[in-house]
Design a protein around this ligand. Structure first.
Ligand code: BGC
Length: 766
């Protein structure tokens, strides 16, 4: 403690404000603008540029290069922050270099990819989004902030809000699916969860919305590939979640790797200055993605000096790993390629963020070793994570009410994902302790105790191809490849299958088959596992498929042959417990898909809120019609639509009503619907409201989500659910990119998923 006070005092005296001997919390400093201005007046150009530099510690790296000489650079005032360094002790050490050894003793900011939890890991974001529960999502971010800040971290590179409609792209797992409205609600909830109401609290952290912009739309789903999109589509479909994060007060944003309108986002002034700052009023700072600045050389934008100047002039404040700012800005300043005002502006925004975090009052604010010991991976965090995980599971099929299962007899748990604790946390879980995650077998054993017998066999490897498995099990997320032959593995599995009353097949993707740099051209369950599944089905025993995946998969064969399918995503450190909770009915599943599951890869990109065409296919059976918009070899509909998910009970919708058939611009319409739980279990339902703008100056989607409510109904219970529609829900960006509502007819749909056709009309009159 004494040590801490001395260090704080050192930094404070160097910064020239009153030095106190008491606890650092009592240190008073000048108001932000004044404080930062005074500090900046003391800074050399080199020190200013240093604040714009964000090296990686090398603990966890995603791109090829990591930075060397970090300690020396910190000492020389050439570093503004550091990221992906884990543990309070290490962070404290590094902070000590900054506040004891650098000339101006400016504290560093410490970032990390705390994407879906810290050590207590929640479902991957795509799974989390399927809860449709904003309070739970916010809570998950709050717990993540609590744990991360207890371990020295004060900045997270989350939320990732990139809309994606292409399941080939591996990072669909890290976002909230295909819908801008839901994505915006989630973006807000996450920012609020991380930042709370006061960033200077020791358990809140700075959030960073990413990847701005359009990163989720790479051509052909290939990672880092070109994006080409009309501005009207950007504004209506892809921008809203970023804007929602800005509206929620997000403190920082990350530029994406891709081009936007031909110019890399990192050097795109229209995007970073005109849209983000001028139109949306963003007040935080923008960091590049990993080596985003030097990558512009490969994009063909010029040499390092040119692209670094391009980035700064576009409105980028911080350079992640690239060291383009560090090594070229001084020269560019001399050559008048950048201005001192632009550098000052960037420095100011970064120092302001540090000020807001309270780092100038106490650089060790997030370095409380006692907190690290008592506030991470706690029993109560794990209990909440288990609950959140159970809410994220989506029941895709349940013939003859096969689920929930009874805790009796003999249960065979078979598959390469069954005993795979290292994979449960899913992708981008850098702080998780894989050893402590709960596998499915472990969860099931714990759930049944001595009331049922649980047998396990691996049954197959992830894939027949060992080289593929290696690529799909990186970062220690091993599946312990079994070197026995296919026949031996199958034989062992069939032996226990035949002794059992029920088979739980734990199949799908490994954690690293999705996430960054994990694009796929085949989005089915790998063949080795498909073959195993068919062998298991041949036993005639009932089979439940527990599916692990980080993306929508093509599941036509499984849907035709398996009686029950529970999509478990990667549910986090408590996955095994949570899946067992649902399998045995302690929790009634209520997750609903936030990304469409196609019937075939050929349908991709496929999403519910598509435009109509001039030749829509009108017949409801989806029969082929010549000269209509359809395929000769496949139906248009997906296998499972957006918003879809079953429950152990069922809900009946009736009495859809509207308060008026005409709406003036200042009016609010009330839409009501009765929902009744007509099944045998208490359960939750996500009631979804979609709107179609039937006539407009531009073509509008066939349906757009504009409201939802998650309700709980006891068995037999009925509730009237009401939604309010105001002019805001009817607005869209027109071809002049003006956000307007146009008079005319609208259709409102309310139902259990996006394919609902229960609707009612009204007219907007101006
Ligand atoms: C990813 C970002 C991440 C960054 C830092 C990049 O490769 O695209 O999402 O925040 O690495 O780890």
């Amino acid at each position: 403690m004494q040590y801490k006070i001395i260090l704080v005092a050192l930094s404070i005296s160097a910064l020239g404000y009153s030095q106190k001997k008491k606890a650092p919390k009592e240190v008073k400093i000048k108001p932000r603008t004044e404080f930062v201005s005074e500090l900046m007046a003391k800074m050399t150009i080199g020190e200013k540029i240093g604040q714009l530099n964000l090296p990686t510690s090398g603990d966890i790296t995603t791109g090829a290069p990591s930075n060397s000489n970090v300690a020396k650079n910190i000492e020389e005032g050439k570093v503004g922050g550091l990221f992906n360094i884990k543990s309070v002790q290490k962070i404290k050490e590094v902070q000590r270099i900054a506040v004891e050894k650098s000339r101006l003793k400016i504290p560093l900011i410490f970032g990390m990819d705390v994407i879906h939890g810290y050590e207590t890991t929640f479902p991957i974001p795509l799974g989390l989004s399927c809860t449709w529960d904003m309070a739970l999502i916010q809570r998950s971010a709050q717990i993540a902030a609590q744990e991360a800040s207890a371990d020295g971290i004060n900045w997270t590179f989350s939320p990732m809000v990139d809309i994606s409609r292409d399941p080939r792209w591996g990072r669909v797992s890290e976002g909230s699916g295909e819908d801008p409205f839901l994505g915006s609600q989630i973006a807000k909830a996450m920012v609020k969860g991380y930042q709370g109401n006061d960033l200077s609290n020791k358990n809140t952290i700075l959030s960073c919305v990413k990847h701005f912009a359009l990163y989720g739309a790479p051509e052909a789903g290939r990672e880092y590939n070109t994006v080409d999109m009309s501005r009207i589509k950007m504004y209506n479909d892809y921008f809203p979640p970023y804007k929602a994060a800005v509206d929620a007060g997000v403190g920082s944003a990350m530029a994406s790797f891709n081009v936007v309108d031909g110019i890399p986002a990192t050097g795109n002034k229209w995007l970073m200055t005109d849209v983000l700052r001028k139109e949306w009023g963003f007040k935080g700072f923008v960091v590049t993605d990993y080596t985003g600045i030097p990558e512009m050389i490969d994009h063909g934008m010029g040499d390092l000096q040119t692209v670094s100047a391009l980035a700064l002039n576009a409105g980028i404040e911080m350079d992640m790993v690239g060291e383009g700012f560090l090594t070229t800005l001084k020269k560019s300043l001399k050559e008048k390629k950048v201005s001192i005002e632009q550098i000052d502006n960037a420095v100011r925004l970064i120092l302001e963020a540090k000020y807001d975090l309270g780092l100038f009052q106490d650089p060790y604010k997030y370095c409380d070793e006692n907190r690290a010991k008592t506030e991470i991976f706690t029993k109560s965090d794990r209990t909440e994570a288990r609950n959140i995980a159970a809410q994220s599971l989506v029941l895709l099929k349940n013939n003859n009410q096969l689920l929930p299962l009874k805790k009796s007899g003999t249960i065979a748990v078979i598959g390469p994902l069954a005993d795979a604790k290292e994979n449960m946390a899913g992708t981008w879980s850098v702080a998780t302790n894989m050893e402590k995650s709960i596998s499915l077998v472990a969860g099931i054993k714990e759930a049944v105790g001595s009331t049922a017998k649980v047998l396990y066999a691996k049954g197959s490897n992830l894939d027949y191809d060992a080289a593929f498995e290696e690529k799909a099990t990186m970062f220690g997320k091993t599946l312990h490849r079994d070197n026995r032959t296919k026949e031996e593995l199958t034989k062992e599995a069939l032996k226990i299958a035949n002794q059992s009353d029920i088979i739980i097949a734990a199949l799908g993707e490994s954690a690293e088959m999705s996430g960054e740099s994990s694009s796929r051209t085949n989005i089915e369950i790998p063949q080795s596992q498909k073959d195993l599944l068919q062998e298991l089905l041949k036993t005639g025993k009932p089979v439940v498929l527990v599916l692990f995946t980080g993306r929508p998969l093509v599941l036509v064969q499984e849907n035709e042959t398996v009686p029950a399918i529970l999509n478990a995503w990667f549910a986090g450190s408590e996955a095994g417990y949570a899946i067992a909770d649902v399998l045995f009915g302690n929790v009634n599943p209520s997750g609903k898909l936030t990304a469409t599951f196609p019937r075939t890869l050929g349908q991709v990109p496929i999403y519910y809120n598509q435009m109509n065409t001039g030749r829509p296919l009108a017949n409801k059976e989806g029969k082929f019609e010549k000269f209509k918009s359809n395929y000769i070899d496949e139906r248009n509909e997906p296998l499972f639509p957006f918003g879809y998910g079953l429950s152990y009970t069922s809900f009946e919708y009736s009495n859809l009503a509207i308060s008026s058939k005409k709406m003036g611009i200042n009016d609010k319409l009330k839409i009501t619907v009765d929902i009744k739980n007509i099944g045998n279990y208490d359960g939750k339902e996500v009631v979804q409201l979609y709107i179609r703008d039937l006539v407009g100056s531009v073509s509008r989607p066939v349906k757009e989500l504009k409201g939802f409510q998650k309700i709980f109904l006891k068995k037999g219970e009925k509730q009237k659910v009401s939604f309010e529609i105001s002019i805001e829900e009817l607005k869209f960006y027109n071809s002049d990119l003006k956000f307007v509502a146009e008079s005319g007819l609208f259709e409102v749909f309310v139902g259990e998923n996006s394919s609902t056709d229960k609707s009612i009309n009204f007219e907007l009159v101006k």
